[in-house]
Design a protein around this ligand. Structure first.
Ligand SMILES: Cc1cc2nc3c(=O)[nH]c(=O)nc-3n(C[C@H](O)[C@H](O)[C@H](O)COP(=O)(O)O)c2cc1C
Length: 194
């Protein structure tokens, strides 16, 4: 299967550090790897409504929800590119993940079965220089991958406050060059034995 990367951008500003870092990593992808970029600020999702236990689920076909649903199912690799906001995902990125909970129950879609074995990656920029403060974001993405039976490629981290700062983080740019070439093992919850 040809690899198809979906980049979901979750910043609240254009041309931010997270997107710059994600684009630096994406530059290294082979030409035959398809790329789709969706900026959640240009494709706003309505407030997530928890209808999991209602019976009237329908497959989303229209608007931004339909676009993201189809793009997510079509991707072999999903990259959540979210700035670090309060040590975790931005609201936009978190809302996109919340939608996955509804999509798990969409009739005829087999959302979980389709994503199982595919790969989740993260990219984030943060103002803090001590990257361990991003552990909650990393844990959110890792555990979400484990829940979905997905592989997890890790999170590419870069430092920056104002837009463009990350281009001065030479170590992050060096990591970006090989980031998507890394092994992405199946994600497992910490309590699971290998
Ligand atoms: C709402 C908000 C919350 C933030 N929270 C954190 C944080 O918890 N830790 C941190 O290091 N930086 C934090 N920052 C700084 C951003 O992570 C930083 O400016 C980053 O470069 C933004 O990425 P972007 O340019 O892709 O939007 C926060 C910024 C905003 C606007």
């Amino acid at each position: 299967m040809t690899r198809r990367f979906l980049f979901v951008l979750g910043s609240s500003r254009d041309d931010g550090n997270t997107e710059l870092l994600a684009r630096a990593a994406a530059e290294q992808l082979a030409e035959d790897v398809e790329q789709q970029w969706i900026d959640l600020s240009d494709h706003l999702l309505p407030d997530f409504e928890d209808l999991r236990h209602d019976s009237d689920h329908v497959r989303p076909t229209e608007g931004n929800v339909g676009l993201l649903f189809d793009a997510t199912l079509a991707a072999t690799d999903i990259v959540i590119a979210s700035p670090l906001y309060w040590y975790s995902l931005s609201g936009q990125a978190k809302r996109y993940l919340d939608y996955w909970s509804g999509w798990l129950r969409t009739p005829g879609a087999d959302f979980k079965g389709t994503l199982a074995g595919r790969t989740l990656w993260g990219v984030t920029a943060l103002a803090h220089e001590e990257f361990e403060v991003a552990d909650p974001l990393i844990g959110t993405l890792h555990h979400s991958a484990a829940y979905m039976g997905m592989r997890f490629g890790g999170v590419l981290l870069g430092n920056g406050s104002k837009p463009g700062d990350v281009l001065g983080d030479t170590e992050a740019l060096a990591r970006a060059k090989t980031f998507f070439a890394q092994e992405a093992p199946l994600a497992r919850f910490p309590y699971e034995t290998p």
